[in-house]
Design a protein around this ligand. Structure first.
Ligand code: NAP
Length: 284
């Protein structure tokens, strides 16, 4: 039985990114900048933004922290995103989810230019990703797919069951699995007979947002478990203790999907910087 060690893989990715950032600095004299936009002071969001800033520092990039008050309007946030889009020093833009409820979050996500949408939240980027065209991908789905690849876990021809259909997680990971020729079922809160559906799965992706939701007796012998869940107290969306005896591989929580999600955000920021710096050298 394999423990899919996300922490170790994230460290490998960061090491590779450090070298790429260094090379980019030598070639262009410029340091990639990731703008992190935080609206309000939701404590979990503050922590996530801080973790992303720390990751930027680890790979040698700069994080530009944009902090806006809770009562920011959609219009004001759109203006801010527009100014970051047109700022040549900014390579990537991360708008921390969720924004306060009065803001039209998807309109703001869609305002992020595709070349800077390093967190893969723009609807057009989603369409390109689903069609198998080049696009930045939502970071957690990309983390899940990268871990499967890193651990040589075959996807083609496998039955995959994704529990959850959010725009940032369930839907895009289902599309990515489908593009790699898995047979994909997407379950959600209206799904009937969920345990029976999960019992068919060679690969289970849990993206429910409910602690220890997936039960041990739902798991087919030898299944691969990708737990994207992150609930209070470092608890995933699977009852891992009960599921582990049945599986062939699993992502622990913490230390599984989470650290790789941040590493994928860094990776896509470096890719954005490479494309932007090499195609648009600064004017002398
Ligand atoms: P979300 O937007 O709340 O979506 C949850 C999904 O689960 C919805 O599609 C919902 O169905 C479905 N669901 C809820 N109750 C269900 C039930 N009883 N049976 C089957 N499906 C059910 O959550 P999210 O943003 O996708 O996040 C999911 C989890 O991933 C959370 O634990 C979150 O903390 C974690 N997460 C982790 C990272 C990371 O970096 N590791 C990043 C993002 C999220 P309906 O659509 O029908 O409502």
């Amino acid at each position: 039985m394999t423990i899919i060690d996300g922490k170790a893989y994230a460290a490998e990715v960061e090491q590779e990114l450090r070298a790429r950032v260094e090379k980019l600095k030598e070639e262009t004299g410029r340091t990639p900048v990731l703008a992190t936009v935080l609206v309000g002071d939701n404590p979990a969001s503050v922590t996530y933004v801080r973790m992303k800033g720390n990751a930027c520092a680890r790979v040698g990039m700069t994080s530009l922290k944009v902090e806006l008050p809770q009562d920011t309007t959609t219009h004001q946030l759109l203006d801010k995103i527009e100014s970051l889009n047109s700022d040549p020093s900014v390579c990537g833009i991360l708008l921390q989810h969720p924004v306060p409820r009065h803001i039209d979050e998807q309109a703001c996500f869609n305002a992020i230019s595709l070349e800077k949408d390093v967190d893969g939240v723009n609807t057009s980027g989603f369409g390109r990703m689903a069609m198998g065209l080049p696009a930045f991908k939502s970071a957690t789905p990309l983390a899940i797919m990268s871990l499967l690849k890193r651990y040589n876990i075959a996807v083609e021809g496998k039955e995959a069951v994704v529990i959850g259909r959010s725009a940032i997680l369930g839907k895009p990971v289902a599309a990515l699995l489908l593009n790699q020729n898995a047979t994909v079922t997407v379950a959600h809160s209206k799904t009937v007979n969920l345990p029976e559906i999960v019992r068919r799965a060679d690969i289970v992706v849990a993206a429910v947002g409910k602690p220890r939701f997936v039960q041990g007796d739902w798991i087919k012998e030898g299944a691969v478990l990708m737990d994207a869940g992150y609930n209070k107290g470092n608890i995933g969306d699977m009852d891992l203790e009960a599921c582990i005896p049945h599986c062939s591989a699993y992502t622990p929580v913490p230390g599984g999907v989470g650290p790789v999600t941040i590493a994928m955000l860094m990776k896509q920021t470096v890719e954005a910087a490479e494309a932007l710096f090499r195609s648009r050298p600064p004017q002398a």
